[in-house]
Design a protein around this ligand. Structure first.
Ligand code: ATP
Length: 368
């Protein structure tokens, strides 16, 4: 994540829910955990000393199980929730110091939100829903129609502008939600479980759409999910929450290869690593001299390299990025990366038959 500036910076953020949060906060700062705070003091620890830098133009995914604090955290970014302590900086402003007018300006022009349940206005057309932000800012339909239509076209809803939300499927309604966020022309998109209400195939389509839009538009996206596959597919930066605390954050591939806590190890244990890990995350240094079986791209998945090698663990490949060699990938190293942790590598190194059965599983999954 080099060469990226920070768009949103969350500093020492705490949220305690209850009648008298300040004394409870002191107990938390002195080390009391969520369970004890609830049991002995009847206060809920929502967020505990959150420090996260959200890079501009990238997708940051906040992931955690139910109750871990994801919604509480994202709602602090537009001050739908006020913290018990801490700071939230957006574009170098501490938004907790904003006046009501500044806050309204920020919500209207600098941040948009995409909701799990779409939150479309039922009596407005698709075009009017897409143009909600300019409409609230006082523009009439004639003025915003071109821009709203452009984004409806871009999300795959060309010709649907005169429909009403109830005439569209769930996936189409969420496309309107995304078009609405894009028509607002804000740099920051907050997406709260935005795809969780959709059927699996539609959900995959929407994830692909978001990745495509991001490659084109580079918005600062903060995306909440409880689904690790979704997180790994979307995230440039991944933040994992548990009981209101950040357990680990960083580049998703790095987290997968270096889980910092048993909780994360458990989370990532069932992931199809061959499909998620990229060559760049496991390759070694490039050496001029040496023989290799062919060229692969740094962004290829390990699964595609396994297929290319036909399971031959004696091979190594030259890794290319933008036409230049950047590394070497030894198939034995690739195989080691498929095993979840260092400890298990010491116990057992998978052999060719493991690889082939993994490939067969993958083929079966792909052909479904
Ligand atoms: N208004 C509230 N009053 C009291 N406790 C709250 C309130 N809002 C959230 N909480 C508590 O704060 C913690 C974090 O909740 P939050 O909704 O942020 O979790 P989440 O990770 O978004 O969960 P889910 O995936 O189920 O939406 C939970 O223990 C929850 O019960």
């Amino acid at each position: 994540m080099n060469d990226t500036s920070i768009k949103i910076s969350i500093r020492k953020l705490y949220k305690v829910f209850g009648d008298d949060p300040q004394p409870a906060l002191q107990l938390v700062m002195d080390g009391m955990g969520k369970a004890e705070l609830l049991e002995k003091h009847n206060h809920v620890l929502g967020l505990n000393d959150i420090n996260v830098d959200i890079p501009a133009g990238k997708t940051t995914v906040i992931m955690g199980l139910s109750g871990s604090g994801k919604s509480t955290l994202i709602r602090h970014l537009n001050r739908l929730i006020e913290p018990t302590a801490g700071e939230v900086w957006v574009d170098d402003d501490n938004i907790l110091e904003y006046t009501d007018t500044q806050l309204r300006q920020m919500r209207q022009h600098r941040m948009s939100m995409v909701f799990q349940k779409f939150a479309l206005l039922p009596h407005r057309t698709v075009l009017q829903n897409a143009g909600l932000a300019p409409s609230i800012a006082g523009q009439n339909e004639r003025k915003y129609a071109d821009e709203a239509r452009r984004w409806l076209d871009r999300v795959g809803l060309a010709g649907q502008g005169e429909q009403y939300p109830h005439q569209l499927s769930g996936g189409m309604q969420q496309r309107v939600g995304i078009a609405r966020a894009l028509t607002s022309n804000s740099d920051i998109m907050l997406m709260d479980e935005a795809f969780s209400a959709l059927d699996p195939l539609i959900r995959t389509d929407m994830q692909d759409l978001l990745n495509e839009l991001q490659a084109e538009l580079q918005k600062t996206v903060v995306f909440i999910t409880h689904d690790l596959d979704e997180a790994l597919k979307l995230a440039d930066h991944l933040v994992i929450l548990k009981d209101g605390s950040v357990i680990q954050q960083g580049e998703p591939q790095h987290i997968l290869l270096n889980p910092a806590a048993p909780y994360i190890e458990d989370f990532v244990a069932d992931i199809n690593r061959a499909r998620v890990l990229r060559v760049r995350s496991v390759m070694g240094t490039f050496r001029e001299a040496g023989t290799y079986a062919g060229d692969i791209d740094h962004h290829d998945t390990l699964e595609s390299v396994i297929a290319k090698s036909e399971g031959d663990t004696n091979l190594s490949y030259r890794v290319m990025q933008d036409g230049k060699p950047v590394g070497l990938l030894d198939m034995r190293k690739l195989v080691r990366a498929l095993v979840p942790s260092e400890r298990s590598v010491e116990r057992e190194t998978p052999d060719l038959s493991d690889l082939q059965s993994k490939s067969a599983e993958t083929d079966a999954a792909l052909s479904q």
